[in-house]
Design a protein. Sequence first.
Length: 168
Amino acid sequence: MGTPDGFRPTHVVPADGMPTWTAPDPAATGVPLDPLLPVALARANGNWARIVCSNGWSAWVDGRLLVALPQRPPATGAPLATTDDPRPLLAALERSLATYRRLVDDWAAGRIDLETFRDGTRDLRLGAVLDGSDAWLLDLDRGRWYYCDAAQLQTYAAADRADRADRG
């Protein structure tokens, strides 16, 4: 990751740029980074993050300010599973989000108390990242993240059964 060969950015610098440090120490100031510069996160240490640029240069930054880039599924190997139509999962995500929003509105308006809010949201499971035409959708009932390019769903990652059993 420290050389231009095989550089794969994981984050970009915020739109207004950001300062750097030569060490994870507020007194060790460095040169500022240009806005929207692609960087790869090499290491995290609390709020500090060591980043590497495409030319191999590295520095420490405030990791809380980095903008994460979603990654496409790996191109190697066959997907674990493919589903032709993403619409059923999208409809389930919409229903969960609508229920959550209704409960937030009811709690904020004082129509329900916090315990009722927590009871109403206990079984809601939702995860979605949208980046232009790419989407990563979480189906916790099946324990899978799916990558969707509008035409089909492709399994991106699967949780093991023990992780799902611990949630229930």
